[in-house]
Design a protein around this ligand. Structure first.
Ligand code: CIR
Length: 264
């Protein structure tokens, strides 16, 4: 099975009470904690429904954005890399996620030591390569350090640019299968996905580009019916999850989990 979307495990973290103070580009109001946690529980249940073993970490009040675990680590079949978040308030999330990653990966774990920065949301792992978009959170030095690590493991890394005013590379794209990517037109316009099959988000539904293929399911944010229908027509098993509260913090489906199969 394809390692880029077939996983035995995931790690999630319960949204903290402090998540109301999470980072956001535009303030559309604080997330409602009860709704956020209910959506998060639906998300974890959807991952578990595919047969995966999901570790649910305790909320971390010191880090308002720490439910977005994806940004603190990169999990690959051959090893995991602890990231170095570019947002100062998120830098400490690297140390906080480390024990959970170490429990799963043991010695197959490395760490970005800096001075560069890199966040997992800027990294799309496909079946053939690792795409990394530089952004306000991910700089050239961070990409350089990651490249050295993953090259040792035999992976190819391609450095790209996240569009201006887009938080993360994966804010605008998702892997659907070994050859297919869901993307906004503004991201694909750069030609960065040449050689892949593309499904575009429908007009006015760019905010649905952040989805995840996880085993037989595509977890997809509720509220984008035309893009959901396009995925359904293309044969994907679309599982809609409420994302209204995470979206207030610029978060989406990929941000809420680390997905992997531990090395054997
Ligand atoms: C942040 O600005 O860092 C959080 N409020 C949202 C992080 C979303 N993560 C992601 O796209 N991978």
């Amino acid at each position: 099975m394809a390692a880029s979307f077939t996983f035995t495990h995931a790690i999630c973290r319960t949204p903290s009470i402090s998540s109301v103070d999470g980072l956001r580009a535009v303030d559309t109001g604080a997330p409602d904690l009860a709704t956020f946690r209910a959506h998060h529980a639906d998300y974890v249940a959807a991952l578990r429904a595919t047969g995966a073993n999901v570790t649910l970490l305790d909320a971390l009040e010191d880090f308002p954005d720490s439910t977005f675990v994806e940004d603190a680590a990169l999990c690959l079949p051959k090893g995991a890399v602890i990231m170095r978040p570019g947002a100062p308030s998120r830098l400490g999330e690297a140390a906080a996620i480390r024990p959970a990653i170490e429990a799963a990966y043991g010695p197959h774990m490395r760490q970005i030591s800096g001075p560069g920065h890199i966040e997992g949301g800027d990294i799309l792992v496909t079946e053939r390569e690792i795409l990394v978009g530089k952004s306000a959170r991910t700089d050239a030095a961070g990409v350089w350090e990651l490249r050295a690590i993953v090259s040792d493991w035999g992976y190819t890394l391609r450095e790209l640019q996240t569009p201006p005013d887009v938080l993360h590379f994966k804010t605008d794209c998702s892997l659907l299968d070994a050859d297919t990517i869901l993307t906004t037109r503004r991201l694909a316009a750069s030609g960065c996905f040449d050689g892949y099959d593309l499904i575009y988000t429908e007009d006015g539904e760019d905010a649905s580009a952040n989805a995840i293929r996880f085993n037989d399911a595509v977890l997809f944010p509720a509220g984008f019916p035309r893009t959901a229908a396009a995925l359904d027509r293309a044969g994907y098993n679309v599982v809609e999850i409420g994302n209204s509260e995470a979206a207030k913090l610029d978060g989406g489906m990929s941000c809420l989990s680390l997905r992997f199969s531990p090395p054997t």
